[in-house]
Design a binder for this molecule. Sequence first.
Ligand SMILES: Nc1ncnc2c1ncn2[C@@H]1O[C@H](COP(=O)(O)OP(=O)(O)OP(=O)(O)O)[C@@H](O)[C@H]1O
Ligand SMILES: [Mg+2]
Length: 222
Amino acid sequence: MEPIIATEDLKKVYRVGKVEVPALRGVTLSIEEGEFVAVVGPSGCGKSTLLHVLGGLTRPTSGKVLVDGNDLFALSDGERTRFRRHKIGFVFQRFNLLPTLTAADNIRLAQHIGNGCNPHRFEAVTTLLGITDRLGQRPNEMSGGELQRVAIARAVVCEPKILLADEPTGNLDSENSRIVLDMMRAVNREFRQTIMMITHNPEAAAVADRIIEMRDGRVISK
Ligand SMILES: Nc1ncnc2c1ncn2[C@@H]1O[C@H](COP(=O)(O)OP(=O)(O)OP(=O)(O)O)[C@@H](O)[C@H]1O
Ligand SMILES: [Mg+2]
């Protein structure tokens, strides 16, 4: 079976005025469908850049990204946006929920945007994430751990093949981190959700099936 994500010699150089900042210096890796992978490494080594490139949010300077067999950056911008909405869910450190909407409406909005999304999935996802009694609350009425569980529900409700998470426990205390990690594991197990999670936290990385270690724009072990 071909990997769900494969990259070939990915490079990314940011240009800031006349200064060039190399963020990825040749990354080749592959992730199998259903795998839960953690990406670790020091601040500034290129983890978020890699996640943004794999998710189609940032164009690499050179190299190739294949997602589910599709050459991501050979697609037009419109095709890539549609492809991303369909195949990839994102979770960030800062939750990024819409503040005026309830938890339920944040999740339903994702279902509405995700064309052809199965409406029956709402219940399975909110039950698995343990948020059924929080659905009427707005973001300012929820704890960090609850907000992240809603954000994960929103990210996976349309059954994307891939979940990309950038420090999902970065704003949480250890108890809430534990809960969110357990939920990530459950989503991986119950839905066979492929997950790539960036983390600074060794306890978080230990939850994954495999750890990819980066340093200075390169993968040093995988
Ligand atoms: N939009 C940007 N413009 C210019 N340089 C950037 C941009 N984003 C990141 N960089 C630079 O690219 C390098 C890699 O950044 P990146 O955010 O990928 O690191 P990271 O491993 O996620 O770090 P952290 O653990 O602190 O989040 C850094 O040197 C950073 O300063
Ligand atoms: Mg980062």
